[in-house]
Design a protein around this ligand. Structure first.
Ligand code: ADP
Ligand code: MG
Length: 211
């Protein structure tokens, strides 16, 4: 199964989520390959930090650029799960990854700047579904304020309803320091002592994979 983290906006949490998905799968005994298709190399660096700690379950990571459809499908035949991270803009990597993916997750911060990219993302998703009809595409609210009084999250959820190409996930990823710590330590939040973040990733993975 190929799970792609994509979007048209940087800093929406794609690499953080991709690395957490990979760590969660490895922790749960799954055979996982992480594909870093963003030249910024966030996931590659994460995996290098991870390798330094021999006690952590291994997550293989490779870098692939340009047209990656075939490479992803090939890896899919060798691994149970392939997690792919792409850059936060319309790129060859993103377009070609959409053609191979089983599931695409597009994180959005509940901010106008992120939500403004929705019409374009929805167009890309529609074009991908024409060529890859089994693709299931989800919108995920990420880095949402932990303060429940702030209405931004509810407003964003309403806004997302206008784009049926993207099914909004029930799980919401909040802004938590644990995610920043995990990224710089080569870990998933499931490997840190932060119950709240760990519960979010657990809920996300179970909602997306639905075993
Ligand atoms: N849920 C979160 N809570 C707090 N910080 C986060 C969260 N998700 C990502 N970050 C931080 O925000 C920054 C951008 O995240 P990143 O995953 O690199 O985004 P992208 O890959 O979409 O550009 C990083 O410094 C990361 O540690
Ligand atoms: Mg990134």
């Amino acid at each position: 199964m190929i799970i792609l983290f994509a979007g048209q906006k940087g800093d929406s949490g794609k690499s953080t989520l991709a690395s957490n998905a990979a760590a969660w799968l490895a922790r749960n005994g799954k055979d996982v390959m992480l594909v870093d298709a963003d030249r910024q190399g966030t996931c590659s660096r994460w995996s290098e930090y991870r390798e330094e700690d021999s006690k952590l379950p291994v997550v293989q990571c490779v870098q692939k650029y340009e047209r990656i459809t075939k490479a992803l499908k090939d890896l899919d035949s060798r691994y149970e799960y392939v997690i792919c991270d792409v850059a936060g803009r319309d790129s060859t990597e993103m377009r070609s990854a959409f053609l191979a993916a089983d599931i695409a997750i597009v994180p959005f911060r509940p901010s106008q700047a992120d939500l403004d990219t929705l019409p374009h993302v929805a167009d890309i998703v529609s074009a991908a579904i024409d060529l890859n009809p089994d693709l299931v595409c989800y919108a995920l609210l990420s880095m949402a304020p932990t303060n429940p009084v702030i209405n931004e999250t509810r407003e964003a959820t309403e806004f997302l309803k206008d784009y049926p190409e993207l099914k909004t996930l029930e799980t919401i990823i909040r802004d938590r320091k644990a995610y920043r710590d995990a990224l710089s330590e080569g870990k998933g939040v499931c490997e840190l002592k932060n119950e709240k973040a760990a519960t979010e990733i657990d809920a996300l993975m179970k909602e997306v994979i639905r075993p």
